[in-house]
Write a protein that binds this ligand. Structure first.
Ligand code: SF4
Length: 241
C-alpha cells in the first residue's frame, strides 16, 4: 500500500479516530519495506521506515539511512546513532519516548546525499508519519533534512535558532549527529538545540494542562543555539551520513 500524499495538519487530527491514527505507522512501515517509488530501492538491503511511539512528543528527522541502518533496518544505530543517544540523554530526552526517522527511508549508494526527486518520492511517508504522531516539536538534523521538510530553498544557517514552524508545529533545525564525528565542538550545539526542544515540549505540555489546547505562539524564539554556528561547525554541517 502506498500512502496518499497528505497535507500535514496535526492540530486537527485530520479527522482520524485514535485507532485509525495508531495504524498509520505500521501501514506506512509496511509500504516502505516494499516500496519501489524511487531508484534507491534497487540498492538498499533493508528499508528503514523509522520507529517510536505514536504519542511521541518529539519527532526527529535525519537525512537517510547509512550502512549500519541499511543492515539493521533501524534508524540511527551506527556511529552517528551513538552520538545521538549521548546528546539525547544529556538533554533529558529518552530515545524510547521519541519518534525517529529520515527524509528518505532507503540508503543512497556510497552514502551520497539523497537527490531532490528521491526526497519528493519519499515525502508522503514522512508526512503520513507526522500526521499520525502529531508531535509537539520537530527536530531536523542537517541541511538535507531541513530541505526535505521545507523545500529546496531552505537554508540551514538561516533557519537554525529562528523559531520556525512546520504545519504549526515548532521546528528546530540542528546539526546532523554525524557531523560530531568530524568536529567534536558541534556536539555542544546539538545538545543545546535538543535542550531547547525539551523546554518546548515542557511548555506545550503545561499549556495544554492549563487549557490552552494545542494553540501555539507563532512568534516564539528558541534561545538555545541562536548564536549561529561557528566557522568550524559550518564546514562540518554537511555530514557524510
Ligand atoms: Fe520508496 Fe522512499 Fe525507499 Fe525511495 S527512498 S524506494 S520512495 S521508501
Amino acid at each position: 500500500m502506498t500512502p496518499r500524499p497528505v497535507e500535514f495538519a496535526p492540530s486537527t487530527g485530520a479527522g482520524m479516530t485514535p485507532d485509525k491514527r495508531s495504524e498509520i505507522p505500521e501501514t506506512t512501515a509496511a509500504a516502505v519495506r516494499t516500496c519501489t517509488r524511487c531508484r534507491l530501492h534497487r540498492t538498499r538491503y533493508r528499508a528503514v521506515p523509522g520507529e517510536g511511539p505514536i504519542d511521541a512528543p518529539v519527532f526527529l528527522i535525519g537525512e537517510a539511512p547509512g550502512r549500519d541502518e541499511d543492515t539493521s533496518g533501524r534508524p540511527f544505530v551506527g556511529a552517528a546513532g551513538k552520538v545521538l543517544d549521548k546528546v539525547l540523554q544529556v538533554a533529558g530526552l529518552p530515545r524510547p519516548q521519541l519518534y525517529i526517522t529520515n527524509v528518505v527511508k532507503c540508503r543512497p549508494p556510497e552514502n551520497r546525499a539523497p537527490k531532490a526527486d528521491e526526497i519528493a518520492s519519499c515525502r508522503p511517508y514522512l508526512l503520513a508519519q507526522l500526521e499520525a504522531v502529531q508531535p509537539k516539536v520537530i527536530v531536523s538534523f542537517g541541511a538535507t533534512a531541513l530541505r526535505g521538510l521545507l523545500g529546496p530553498s531552505a537554508r540551514f544557517k538561516e533557519a537554525r535558532g529562528k523559531g520556525i514552524e512546520f504545519g504549526r508545529v515548532p521546528l528546530l533545525p540542528t546539526y546532523h549527529p554525524a557531523a560530531v564525528l568530524y568536529n567534536r565542538r558541534i556536539e555542544g550545539e546539538i545538545r543545546n538545540d535538543l535542550r531547547a526542544a525539551a523546554r518546548l515540549v515542557s511548555a506545550e505540555t503545561s499549556g495544554i494542562r492549563r487549557g490552552r489546547g494545542r494553540k501555539r505562539n507563532r512568534s516564539h524564539r528558541v534561545s538555545a543555539g541562536s548564536r549561529g554556528p561557528s566557522r568550524a561547525a559550518k564546514r562540518s554541517a554537511r555530514p557524510s551520513r
